[in-house]
Design a protein around this ligand. Structure first.
Ligand code: B12
Ligand code: SF4
Ligand code: SF4
Length: 381
């Protein structure tokens, strides 16, 4: 096999199938990452969504015996929506982060990686390949950084000079000894905008995230949202883009290469009130194809309730009252109670007091009490 020539052929093929950037890395153990992951775990900074076996995460040979190289791919995604619907007083809207616009990116990257795999196998049927995106063991960012796709920004993202940080990443481990590309130079310099702009100070320092404080993480949890983050989450239903939108490297970066990534504005920025009464089936039909639905309906509904509280949306009070009294899920009942208090219509004090007499779940009772306190406080105004 002439590996140098084959690498060129593969790069050309990747362009044909609309992969926006490709890079090659060695399959050596990720030593710096290993220590970083150990530190993050000890500090309690991990999200729990990552693979827990640090050895597997950092040793490609454990995943594919005789691994010699890793091919990293990046697909650029849009940062601007065409004709976004306006959030008005009568029709308040929430927002899904950009990584959840259009068709679930896991499927798009998987399609591209399958094509690459077939291309390689066609030439070298004996080749061994293992591909992954997001849910695999490897750190997609560490691979991309090593393969020269982009540098690791202070906002933690891989930033490409061409497309900014709005790129999805995936990789294929192979037993082919492709010549590695060189990592690119770090480009943040003295800038610190993302760290300063993070609403919850989750970026404890450039390049280090405390996931437990990160809104992107918090929007995906299933329990009650801790009080101190309820205001900060605003109208975000899934994910958070702040540390990317403030980044000067993303200025003017908005790519529409892949038609599947085009958001349906009504889905990416949905009306909040209809979300609260949506059946499972309706949710699946409307949101099932976007990556932001992977945790199911409950976290999105909880966030929608918080967003309505944020907007002090009085028209949502009857729906919230119904949720408080009838919803079988404690998180939804409790968050609704708190939101009723936050919206601040004193007439609803009786609703909360009545519910407190019937409610048996302690956490929900706590939320009702918070709601009552909020309403009593505005009673005196
Ligand atoms: C768990 C996870 C999360 C967690 C934790 C994120 C985090 N920063 O660790 C949560 C839920 C918070 C999250 C949020 C988001 N995520 Co996420 N997430 C992942 C996942 C599954 C694992 C990440 C991980 O292991 N983190 C642990 C840290 C320690 O390692 P790492 O970031 O992977 O690797 C870097 C660091 O270790 C650093 N490093 C190593 N040693 C040292 C030492 C020092 C001193 C320093 C400074 C740094 C450093 O270098 C590595 C390379 O950059 C990956 C997919 C995957 N399998 O890799 C996607 C992934 C990272 N997420 C992605 C995206 C898009 C997001 C969001 C932008 C989504 C959104 N809009 O809400 C946010 C961004 C939040 C942020 N600022 O990071 C993309 C990133 C694409 C890109 N261009 O970088 C990925 C790669 C998914 C994909 N395949 O495209 N995510
Ligand atoms: S995603 Fe949001 S909360 Fe998380 S680090 Fe970035 S700005 Fe902070
Ligand atoms: S905002 Fe500045 S510091 Fe943060 S990632 Fe972008 S360039 Fe780097």
């Amino acid at each position: 096999m002439n590996v140098t020539l084959f690498k060129k052929e593969l790069i050309n093929y990747s362009k044909e199938i609309k992969i926006n950037k490709i890079g090659f890395a060695s399959a050596n153990t990720f030593e710096t990452l290993k220590q970083r992951l150990i530190d993050q775990k000890e500090l309690g900074y991990q999200s729990g969504f990552e693979e827990s076996d640090i050895k597997k995460r950092t040793t490609p040979q454990l995943l594919l015996p005789k691994a010699r190289s890793i091919i990293s791919i990046a697909l650029a995604y849009p940062s601007k929506m065409k004709k976004p619907p306006r959030s008005t007083k009568d029709d308040r809207r929430g927002i899904f982060c950009r990584a959840s616009w259009g068709k679930d990116y896991h499927l798009l990257l998987r399609e591209k990686m399958n094509l690459i795999e077939a291309f390689i196998k066609d030439k070298y049927p004996e080749a061994k390949i293992l591909s992954m995106v997001d849910t695999g063991e490897l750190s997609d960012r560490a691979v991309a950084e090593r393969a020269g796709i982009g540098w690791s920004g202070k906002n933690c993202a891989i930033i490409t000079p061409e497309f900014g940080s709005y790129v999805y990443l995936g990789e294929l481990i192979t037993n082919i000894p492709f010549e590695p590309d060189q990592p690119i130079e770090e480009g943040c310099g003295t800038c610190n905008k993302c760290v300063d702009a993070c609403p919850t100070s989750a970026l404890v320092q450039g390049g280090q995230l405390d996931s437990s404080k990160c809104i992107a993480f918090l929007t995906q949890t299933k329990g009650f949202l801790p009080d101190q983050y309820r205001k900060k989450i605003g109208n975000r239903l899934y994910g958070c883009d702040t540390c990317q939108t403030v980044c000067p490297e993303n200025r003017g970066k908005d790519f529409h290469f892949h038609v599947e990534m085009e958001p349906d504005p009504k889905i990416a920025k949905p009306s909040l009130k209809p979300l609260l009464t949506m059946s499972n089936r309706e949710f699946k039909e409307k949101f099932g194809h976007v990556s932001g639905s992977w945790r199911g309906k409950k976290p999105i509904q909880r966030n929608a309730i918080i967003a309505l509280a944020h907007f002090k949306d009085e028209a949502s009070l009857p729906i919230l009252e119904k949720l408080l009294n009838d919803d079988p899920r404690p998180v939804i009942r409790g968050t609704a109670a708190w939101a009723i208090g936050k919206i601040g219509q004193k007439d609803y004090l009786a609703v909360l007091e009545k519910r407190l007499e019937l409610e048996e779940d302690q956490e929900v009772r706590n939320e009702i009490q918070k709601g009552i306190q909020l309403l009593e406080a505005c009673k005196g105004e």
